[in-house]
Ligand binder design. Structure first.
Ligand code: ADP
Ligand code: MG
Length: 706
């Protein structure tokens, strides 16, 4: 997303352009409306807005998900088994198997043939028909004596159209916007827009760090002339992302040093009552972690603590204890979850576990206006001691009476910007950040500043180990047979579909088709859950699953974190090799939460060695730390990285694992800048300062610094 500094630069540049070219259309300028471009009418503008595009400058920041290497298009005659190829030809046959939802096409130049297989492919049957010219990119293998590509990337060519050459950007899409159309739009405008962007960094720093200009980086990130140029562009923009967050966090810390901490009461009546009424005792791991948190809570310095504990290790109980320590000291506590679905679920858990205590726990979601107003009032007059919600808890309309603690659950979107929001309102609450995935120290420091870490070792007793089975697709029946048995026993199951297409709508379509198929199985009550459903519907479906009105829940990765239904004992993960290890581990953690034995089926015909290794690692290890270690060993470029989710919303381009060395270096650069110019007052730092402060303080939606 563009920010205000760049927006300002754009406005100026835009005005200049308009006055020079008053009568000429189209007008290309960073602050010009998108409708000033050829081929973009009101309808297209509306569709582009769904991708966050409001003016032309925003196009610069709609970054490609990846680039397809079309520098070489291999003729069908030269395609070989065992390699990755981009090739082109005409579709000869297209056979769709509706039962397995598999589409097989042959692609030919008249003499040579390559076959392509697509899974969950009903929606592709309209596009991929005999006679159509296609470009396919993917891995090629022998299947019998045929050369086949499994689920390759494909592009349909219009009649007479030649394949594009070079490194081709692949953009995120919505249903109504076609890849090719967007590429052509970008090709026209990016080369004009990119040079209009002001640089943030002084020239000496660029020289010293051997960085290209920001304008050139933006240009090459879309349309790189070579792989090296793409790397240089990426490096520059990643540098900027790290520098911005580092400077903001360090400036926040300058602020922190000036405030007195809040003293909580971890030995108070509420926590004691809570512990005696808890139906179980804390595990040794929970005890140890609680001891370290307790000490810091009692001290009067600001707490900034990371609580790490594997999926199912029981972090929620410690969160509640921490909350009670704040309430016992006369403060309010806020509990933030990453989604409304999880906020509701955690609210229910916290409410149930504290039912016998004299405290009020409120839920603030965006659903019901009058309800929300009531909760807001309770927060403002202090009658609500605890409130659970999403980031909306920090919006300007929410005013706490005396906020003393914020707990952030499985939440990686909280960072300096949210803290700055709170600080602006005069709150400097203690912070507890909970996570199941271990965060490298450098990343934690960059995102949150100097924080302490508590670790919960081990799991609560009585857990049945989860059996994990990797099945090739031809043995898919076994997995669904097991679902069937579970349903018969009165247990429940999850079926997880990957998000794999550039176009999210297509993924939802695939999940829908899968769910439709299952609805036909006698005796199965099937629910479908995905991110595009309205919030209310998501809640209802989750509710129905919890109440066992649904046996089989087909879902996208929306259920990845936190969802807790103990009667769910089987999980089937479709195309499991398309997930990263941490994600698979989180998903698997949704089952085996009770005392019944649980099984997780990974359906996959891995196309890469890493994919194969990931499946093997999942079968072998159930421990999150071990898997994180494996992840570092086996991940390849372009994989969904295990720890990526931590930075997901803080960084658009940076990969918090792959770029860890650069991150460390940029922290040093930020440190040096602030040492010589603590308030960024120097002449050469003006644009940089505005950029950092805008990201921190402005109310503009700003993806970069969440
Ligand atoms: P996570 O660390 O993944 O957030 P939760 O806090 O959701 O884990 O806990 C997982 C499950 O374990 C919950 O159902 C919770 O009630 C249970 N649990 C937590 N602590 C204990 C304990 N000490 N003994 C037994 N069960 C526990
Ligand atoms: Mg949890």
């Amino acid at each position: 997303m563009a920010d205000a500094t760049e927006r300002g630069a754009r406005q100026r540049a835009g005005r200049r352009r308009t006055s020079q070219h008053e009568s000429r259309r189209p007008v290309i300028g960073v602050s010009e409306p998108i409708t000033a471009l050829p081929g973009v009418g009101p309808k297209k503008a509306e569709q582009l807005e769904k991708l966050g595009i409001r003016n032309q400058g925003d196009l610069l920041f709609l970054w490609p998900r990846r680039h397809e290497d079309r520098t070489v298009i291999t003729p069908l005659s030269e395609v070989q088994s065992g390699g990755d190829f981009t090739t082109a030809g005409r579709i000869g046959r297209a056979d769709y198997d509706p039962r397995r939802q598999v589409l097989r096409v042959s692609v030919t130049d008249g003499l040579f043939v390559v076959y392509a297989t697509f899974f969950h492919a009903r929606w592709l049957t309209h596009q991929l028909q005999p006679g159509v010219m296609v470009v396919l990119s993917g891995h090629v293998e022998y299947w019998g004596n045929r050369l086949i590509m499994n689920h390759p990337h494909h592009e349909v060519l219009a009649p007479g159209e030649a394949p594009q050459r070079g490194l081709i950007p692949i953009y995120p899409l919505t249903a109504d916007i076609k890849q090719r159309w967007l590429q052509q739009l970008m090709k026209q405008v990016i080369p004009i827009l990119a040079p209009q962007v002001a640089d943030l960094l002084p020239q000496e720093l660029l020289n010293q760090e051997r960085l290209i200009s920001r304008g050139q980086a933006l240009l090459h990130l879309h349309w790189p002339p070579s792989q090296e140029a793409l790397e240089a562009a990426r490096k520059r923009l990643v540098f900027d992302e790290f520098l911005r967050v580092s400077l903001a966090v360090m400036r926040m810390q300058q602020w922190d040093h000036g405030v007195a901490g809040i003293r909580q009461n971890p030995q108070g009546l509420l926590s004691q009552k809570f512990l005696t009424r808890l139906p179980y005792t804390l595990t040794p791991g929970q005890e140890t972690a609680w001891r370290s948190i307790r000490q810091e809570l009692a001290a009067d310095r600001p707490m900034l603590r990371l609580l790490q504990g594997d999926v199912g290790s029981g972090k929620t109980i410690l969160a509640i204890l921490t909350i009670l320590a704040a309430v016992d000291a006369g403060h309010q506590a806020a509990f933030m979850a990453p989604t409304e679905l999880l906020a509701e679920q955690q609210w229910r858990v916290i409410k149930d576990l504290t039912a016998s205590l004299p405290i009020e726990v409120g839920l603030l979601t965006g659903q019901d206006a009058s309800q929300a107003a009531r909760v807001r009032n309770g927060i403002a007059d202090g009658s609500l001691e605890v409130v659970v919600g999403t980031q909306a808890l920090l919006s300007p309309s929410v005013n706490f009476h005396h906020l003393g603690l914020v707990v952030i659950d499985e939440q990686h979107r909280f960072g300096v910007r949210q803290r700055a929001h709170l600080a602006q309102k005069g709150y400097f609450p203690d912070l507890l950040v909970m996570t199941a995935t271990p965060i490298p120290r450098t990343l934690a420091l960059t995102l949150y500043g100097d924080l302490n870490v508590s670790q919960i070792e081990g799991l609560p007793p009585g857990r049945q180990p989860i059996t994990t089975v990797h099945l090739p697709y031809r043995e898919r029946r076994t997995a669904y047979e097991s679902v069937h048995q579970a349903v018969r026993r009165g247990e429940q199951a999850y079926v997880v579909c990957p998000l794999v297409n550039e176009n999210e709508d297509q993924d939802v379509a695939a999940a829908t088709v899968l769910a439709e198929g299952m609805r036909r199985v006698p005796g199965w009550r099937v629910g479908l859950l995905h991110g595009q459903l309205p919030g209310k519907e998501k809640t209802q479906i989750m509710e129905a699953f919890r109440a066992h009105e649904i046996d089989v829940l087909v879902a996208t990765t929306i259920i990845e974190v936190g969802v807790d239904v103990a009667n769910a004992t089987v999980m089937v993960i479709e195309e499991a090799d398309r997930f990263g290890l941490a994600q698979l581990h989180q998903l698997r953690g949704r089952i085996g939460r009770g005392t019944k034995a649980a099984t997780c089926y990974l359906l996959a015909d891995p196309k890469t060695e890493e994919g194969e290794l990931r499946m093997a690692a999942m079968v072998r290890w159930s421990d999150g730390l071990k898997l994180a270690e494996q992840d570092l060993k086996i991940r390849g470029p372009g994989e969904i990285l295990g720890l990526r989710q931590h930075g997901l919303s803080a960084f658009q381009l940076a990969d918090p694992v792959r770029d860890l060395v650069l991150m460390e270096h940029v922290r040093q650069v930020a440190h040096d800048i602030l040492e010589s110019d603590p308030r960024l007052d120097h002449e050469g730092h003006q644009i940089l300062k505005r950029w950092v402060d805008d990201g921190v303080a402005s109310a503009l939606p700003n993806q970069m610094l969440h």
